[in-house]
Design a protein around this ligand. Structure first.
Ligand code: SF4
Length: 58
């Protein structure tokens, strides 16, 4: 069954983001907890693992 879900996202530093529309261009993303995380805080437990920076890693 096909769903028309959209992924709203405001992470402008990601290559998959369209800041003008506040949207992710991917059809699906992976959300994962940060390594060694057990805090229960959303910023530790729900990172977007599909993120790719515009900047190359040094
Ligand atoms: S891959 Fe993740 S961080 Fe990047 S635009 Fe999509 S939802 Fe946002």
């Amino acid at each position: 069954m096909h769903h028309c879900q959209r992924i709203m996202c405001s992470v402008g530093s990601c290559i998959f983001n369209t800041p003008k529309d506040n949207l992710c261009t991917l059809e699906a993303i992976q959300v994962s907890a940060a390594a060694k995380s057990d805090s229960g805080a959303p910023y530790d437990e729900t990172l977007c693992a599909s993120y790719k920076s515009h900047q190359k890693k040094l």
